[in-house]
Design a protein around this ligand. Structure first.
Ligand SMILES: [Zn+2]
Length: 183
């Protein structure tokens, strides 16, 4: 399991605690997007967009690769788009599939990730993150997290968490590109 390159650019597993601290106390952002539809499943899922590791590395920056392909979580406020308030659509940086619409974006004070109430229909899939043998149960909890990835290319987007009483998609801005609505 690779390590994050920098504490500034990545919160490793532990740090997502801040995202849903009130209700989620377990982290385990293991590689979520490697052709498994669920942890422990022995059924390989073939994504519509598949690329070799070399192709992903050529397409993505090192930081993007670690988040989109290895499942790391960006540091609070280190990504882009968490402050974006314009109307528009949010697309997977791996394959440009529209995964969220700005009308479902919600701002969670003091967090610094990108939050949505709903994804676009048939745009994301889920996986189970941790506890893992490598990282164990973080904090006091032993509850796995629901990981979210793009259904077309498998790139890691974020997690589905209980945030301030609502089930919310907590997404890395690094995983998204934004297209403002045309005037
Ligand atoms: Zn994608």
């Amino acid at each position: 399991m690779p390590s994050p390159t920098s504490d500034q650019t990545h919160l490793s597993r532990r740090a997502l605690l801040a995202c849903g601290a009130a209700s989620v106390s377990t982290l385990g952002l293991s590689a979520p997007a490697k052709a498994r539809v669920a942890a422990g499943a022995n059924i390989d899922y073939v994504y519509e967009v598949t690329k070799s590791d070399a192709e992903w590395r050529a397409q993505l920056s090192e930081r993007e690769y670690e988040i989109l392909r290895e499942g790391y979580t960006e540091g609070q406020r280190t990504g882009t788009l968490w402050e974006e308030k314009r109307e528009g659509s949010y697309h997977c940086k791996g394959c440009e599939l529209k995964v969220f619409d700005g009308r479902w974006k919600t701002f969670v004070e003091g967090k610094g990730w990108v939050f949505f109430i709903h994804p676009e229909p048939a745009s994301v899939m889920t996986n189970i993150d941790g506890p893992t043998p490598e990282y164990g149960a973080m904090g006091t909890g032993k509850t796995p997290l629901t990981e979210i990835h793009c259904r077309r290319c498998g790139c890691h987007l974020g997690h589905y968490l209980l945030v301030e009483g609502k089930m919310t998609h907590c997404i890395n801005g690094t995983s998204l590109t934004f297209q403002p609505a045309s005037a």
